[in-house]
Ligand binder design. Structure first.
Ligand code: SAH
Length: 510
């Protein structure tokens, strides 16, 4: 029955929420996956690690209700593996702590499909760390029990031995108990646990939505009664809970509690995401731009053959530099042809990309927009310029230079396209008002974002704080009716991050 193909299932624990808690092995297999089946609890930022061609299938379960029945998930895993594919099953936390990882593997094993298991940081330890409660402590607790707070379908009671659990001295952690809190507390007190025992309930731990309620067995139901505690939440019971007030750290970070959408892909996105993590925000990765080769290389190839006839070469973006350099190699041209050609760039990142090629930049205008470059140019009548850039871009630069008497060749070096990617999680978060800021780093990020999810959710998007890298992007966003509140003085990604940090955020949305 076992087939000799490369098809296999990789069961990966994605950790409790913060993408940084995915293991290196988990990341490795995500990068190799042909198909990814992911859950409700998995951070969507992880799609950043998948191949462009990977098929993403959402099989989320919310609060115990299977959105896609377990049987169907098992069948899907098996059939995709039979198609010779590397099938990743991405589950919240650790796959072998509740959440049916064992059952899925048994089904896969019975079907004769090879499998690999990558453990994850369970919410038990991950959430405890982010909330600042050590689960064991030499003076307070030397045992740890991990208990399900969920009952089987159609059964009133939770199937555990309450008497034994209540008499344990160490730390108790209940998973899946959000809706059963009153029942859990009542049983523990009934079977003799001291009503003064400290208890913490943590919802959406390790994410921007982390929320904690603290009390004792005797008081917690009342304390949390005014809020509706929804899954995922876990409950920690024991003396160790008292350590939170001295150890808590995550909730004190400057951007804690903020979910910030990153619409850019590539290096820019990675530096934004890293910075947001450091500040305690939860970056929500939602790339809306993909850069690919232009449909037609002819204009650029022609220009590359006669590089030395140009007086100036103008780069308007990092992508322009990158694709230009790659094309020079591809057509076996020589960068030495650029000798004597003045190099202009818009923006410091673009300049850096040119310098990375070992080429000196002659002019970087003060402001990082085309207008500023135009203003810095004098006596260019009769001079010849080459602008390698996106297929579709603002025409102001070539138009103005021509008006000033220059001869301008515009050569498409790349084009941007809409990526295909799942929108369900972002839609859900926008509807519940739990997105605080959406960042845009170019006009096309604005238009693509609106194309991808704007039609249905424009009223929700209008309520969110918008951060734009510069005035052109801001203008595009404002024209679409968006609420632009953050714009840095310098039009760079790192200044944009500073501006977000400085902006004192009232909780956006509802
Ligand atoms: N395999 C998972 C648990 C799956 S059961 C793990 O190891 O963490 C789902 C339960 O996990 C939820 O009901 C909740 O109790 C807990 N949980 C998962 N992620 C959580 C989070 N970010 N914050 C709080 N509880 C979480």
């Amino acid at each position: 029955m076992t087939n000799i193909n490369k098809g296999k299932v990789v069961l990966i624990g994605a950790g409790p929420g913060d993408v940084g808690l995915l293991t290196l092995n988990g990341k490795h297999w995500l990068q190799k996956a042909d198909v990814v089946l992911y859950d409700h609890l998995v951070n969507p930022e992880m799609i950043r690690f998948t191949k462009k061609s990977a098929e993403m299938i959402y099989v989320g379960k919310k609060g115990g209700i299977a959105s896609m029945e377990q049987e169907r998930i098992n069948r899907l895993l098996i059939s995709k593996a039979h198609e010779d594919k590397i099938v990743v099953r991405l589950k919240g936390g650790d796959p072998f702590i509740f959440g049916r990882g064992g059952e899925e593997i048994q089904a896969i094993q019975a079907a004769g499909i090879p499998f690999i298991i990558v453990p994850g940081v369970t919410s038990v330890t991950g959430v405890a760390a982010y909330v600042g409660i050590p689960l064991t402590h030499r003076h307070l607790s030397s045992t740890l029990s991990i208990i399900t707070g969920s009952n089987e379908k159609n059964q009133g009671d939770i199937h555990i031995d309450w008497e034994k659990i209540a008499s344990r001295s160490g730390t108790l952690v209940f998973l899946m108990g959000a809706r059963k809190l009153p029942q859990i507390v009542e049983k523990l007190i009934h079977f003799g646990k001291n009503p003064d025992t400290p208890i913490a309930i943590v919802q959406w731990g390790t994410t921007a939505r982390q929320k904690t309620w603290i009390g004792t067995l005797g008081t917690i139901v009342e304390i949390s009664a005014k809020d509706k505690i929804l899954p995922p939440a876990l409950t920690i019971i024991g003396e160790v809970v008292n350590l939170k007030s001295t150890i808590e750290w995550y909730e004190k970070l400057p951007l804690f509690g903020k979910t910030i959408v990153v619409t850019r892909k590539g290096d820019q996105a990675n530096s934004m995401i890293d910075r947001l993590h450091e500040l305690g925000a939860e970056p929500f990765f939602f790339p809306v731009i993909e850069t690919i080769a232009p449909d037609d290389w002819t204009p650029l190839d022609n220009a590359l053959k006669t590089l030395s006839k140009y007086d100036g070469l103008i780069f308007t973006s990092v992508n322009g530099v990158r694709f230009f350099a790659e094309r020079i190699k591809a057509v076996e041209q020589d960068i030495r042809e650029l000798k004597g050609v003045r190099i202009f760039t818009i923006g410091p990142k673009t300049a850096e990309a040119v310098r990375d090629l070992g080429i000196r930049v002659d002019v970087v205008p003060e402001n990082f927009v085309a207008e500023s470059l135009i203003a810095s140019m004098e006596n260019i009548k009769g001079q010849r310029f080459l602008i390698p850039r996106a297929t579709v871009a603002r025409e102001i630069l070539p138009e103005q230079l021509r008006k000033m008497g220059a001869i301008v060749d515009v050569a498409p070096a790349y084009q941007t396209v809409l990526p295909s990617q799942p929108v369900d999680t972002l839609e859900k978060r926008l509807k519940e008002g739990s997105i605080d800021v959406i960042t845009f780093t170019s006009s096309s990020t604005v238009t693509n974002f609106l194309t991808l999810i704007g039609k249905k959710l424009l009223p929700e998007i209008k309520k969110v704080t918008i951060a734009c890298i510069g005035p052109i992007t801001a203008k595009t966003a404002r024209e679409a009716g968006l609420n632009v509140k953050i714009m840095p003085e310098q039009y760079t990604v790192s200044s944009l991050m500073d501006a977000i940090e400085n902006y004192s955020l009232g909780r956006g949305g509802k």
